[in-house]
Design a binder for this molecule. Sequence first.
Ligand SMILES: *[C@@H]1O[C@H](CO)[C@@H](O)[C@H](O)[C@H]1NC(C)=O
Ligand SMILES: *[C@@H]1O[C@H](CO)[C@@H](O)[C@H](O)[C@H]1NC(C)=O
Ligand SMILES: *[C@@H]1O[C@H](CO)[C@@H](O)[C@H](O)[C@H]1NC(C)=O
Length: 318
Amino acid sequence: MRLGFLLPCITVLLVTGNVCRLAQNSSALPLSTSSRWIVDESGRRVKLACVNWVSHLEPVVVEGMGKQPLDTISKKIAAMGFNCVRLTWPLFLVTNDSLAGLTVRQSFQALGLIESVAAIQVNNPDLLNLTLIQAFKAVVSNLADNDIMVILDNHISKPGWCCSNFDGNGFFGDKYFDAEEWIKGLTKMATMFNGSPNVVGMSLRNELRGPKQGVTEWYRYMQRGAEAVHSANPNVLVILSGLSFDNDLSYLSKKPVELTFQGKLVFELHWYAFSDGQAWANGNPNQVCGRVAGNVMRRAGFLLDQGWPLFLSEFGLD
Ligand SMILES: *[C@@H]1O[C@H](CO)[C@@H](O)[C@H](O)[C@H]1NC(C)=O
Ligand SMILES: *[C@@H]1O[C@H](CO)[C@@H](O)[C@H](O)[C@H]1NC(C)=O
Ligand SMILES: *[C@@H]1O[C@H](CO)[C@@H](O)[C@H](O)[C@H]1NC(C)=O
């Protein structure tokens, strides 16, 4: 597939109703894998119905804190039938102590978002004087109080909108994406939430992409990242994103990932209508559907037949 020059990475709120509506009963954590399924401690299948909640933009605070109290939003997520949040974070939150040490107030003020500070003062006064890392922990902890599982998703390095091929965050060796710093950050995050049972998984890096992307480097670094996370926190599922904006895991059909541990590895896939350009707008829907579904199976869906869970972590259409 040819990707657009700038492919926006839209992190959608997955409010798709019944499609995602699942058992509300909480699972015995931690989770692990059994062939293509994710299961709980008692071996019962667990379906992740996650909402993406963004905390990787410039303020490095989950969106919406000026709109509703944190606990109200968490309860709304559960009430809508979701059992999980894919919580995004920028790498620099854990590798830059000056960033992590800013208070929520300072972070918004530095961006000139004075009205947001006033709105957070109304809806979440307790958050304003917390540092960014404390606020991030407060969100995870509130989700735990509401029985919601969390997947920590390293979305980007430098806080901001994600993703383009040329934003310096796309692949190992890009301006803001140093492999050693990434391993260090993953280890820190995994360690920080070892002991938080509702943190059930870590997505190692969102949408690998860009001119530097390569299969050899993908295996080298993703395997290292996976090992680092697992040794810092053996409870979490380790979730690997593919190349080309997480549209392509086809190389795994020939060469599996090699890890020292078992029962924790999950792959993730993104599937947007705009990834196929104007195909849906211009083509015969039956033909486009057949072709696109076939491509998705060839690039990622085959993993299910190989006995790996596949997490559809972003999808959407205009
Ligand atoms: C949830 O738990 C209740 C009580 O244990 C049980 O009756 C019900 O079948 C469970 N639901 C699902 C979907 O597992
Ligand atoms: C660390 O974060 C601070 C505060 O946002 C910023 O001023 C500084 O440039 C960052 N340092 C690096 C090396 O990115
Ligand atoms: C939060 O910090 C501000 C100064 O930035 C201070 O005036 C205020 O009293 C603090 N609030 C709490 C609850 O500590």
